[in-house]
Design a protein around this ligand. Structure first.
Ligand code: IPE
Ligand code: IPE
Ligand code: MG
Length: 255
């Protein structure tokens, strides 16, 4: 189990242990080229390949990518179906390659809404790669931060029915083991491409003390150099977790 950043101050590292990315801007990338949006989504998949490779090279342990939000169902039906199709093909083609490269695949989100083939490929891909340890690649699909917190609360009370009745305050950390990303440390670095400065219902809980980095670059144009730029910015940040700068510079020897 990893430390909750609001309970214990995590150790600081030069290379972020966990990077979480909102891959935004595929549609605009296509529009700029007078191409259909699907062309942007296709190029987006290529950018994913490049960034996964770069993450492995840089020794990042966990990479979490927002592929489809719980609100993306609001898009036109034909775009949703294209995105589902791309997801399906990516799972078909990429899982074996991930496995060959020692990458563990995880998918978080309410996958019950996906069709059977996608659910089958997720289950077999996760099972095949379960013991790999080079990088944990998490794809957030039909994921919503609010859904995550709600399902964690539900799981907690299911396991501890007595806690509902006794009226005692809920310890926020009680939810941690039930969050979708319980197997990963909290993200050190959050990246959003495409210029928007918002979280769009991504990892609401887990981003409590994550360093945020925004770029106007559109996702299909994101590459290893852009990742390095984000990491360079991350390295300049002073992670205080509520403390003063002086405390960070000279940490107390006793707790
Ligand atoms: C991100 O790109 C991909 C998904 C949300 C699935 P967009 O499709 O949101 O691209 P823009 O924001 O319209 O440019
Ligand atoms: C966030 O992008 C979701 C994903 C990248 C999967 P959106 O394009 O859906 O976000 P909004 O609508 O601009 O907030
Ligand atoms: Mg978008």
């Amino acid at each position: 189990m990893f430390t909750s950043s609001t309970r214990e101050i995590p150790e600081n590292r030069d290379v972020p242990r966990h990077v979480a990315i909102i891959m935004d801007g595929n549609g605009r990338w296509a529009k700029q080229r007078l191409l259909p949006r699907v062309a942007g989504h296709r190029r987006g998949v290529e950018a994913v390949r490049a960034v996964v490779r770069a993450a492995v090279d840089r020794g990042i342990g966990y990479l979490t990518l927002f592929a489809f939000s719980s609100e993306n169902w609001r898009r036109p039906a034909d775009e949703v179906s294209i995105l589902m199709d791309l997801f399906l093909r990516a799972l078909e083609v990429e899982v074996a390659k991930l496995h060959d490269n020692g990458i563990r695949l995880k998918v978080v989100g309410d996958t019950s809404r996906f069709d059977e083939r996608i659910r089958g490929l997720i289950a077999s891909g996760e099972a095949l790669t379960a013991t790999n340890s080079r990088l944990t690649l998490t794809i957030a699909a039909n994921y919503g931060g609010r859904w995550d917190i709600a399902q964690a609360a539900r799981m907690h009370y299911r396991r501890h029915p007595e806690a509902l009745a006794d009226g005692a305050p809920l310890d926020p950390d009680a939810l941690v083991p039930h969050l979708a990303l319980a197997y990963a440390p909290e993200p050190d670095l959050f990246i959003r491409t495409g210029g928007e400065k918002r979280v769009s219902n991504f990892l609401l809980w887990q981003l409590a003390y994550t360093e945020l980095w925004f770029t106007d670059r559109l996702w299909p144009d994101f590459d290893a150099a852009a990742l390095d730029e984000a990491i360079a910015s991350y390295r300049t940040r002073e992670r205080r977790y509520g403390r003063t700068s002086e405390q960070v510079a000279a940490p107390a020897t006793s707790p």
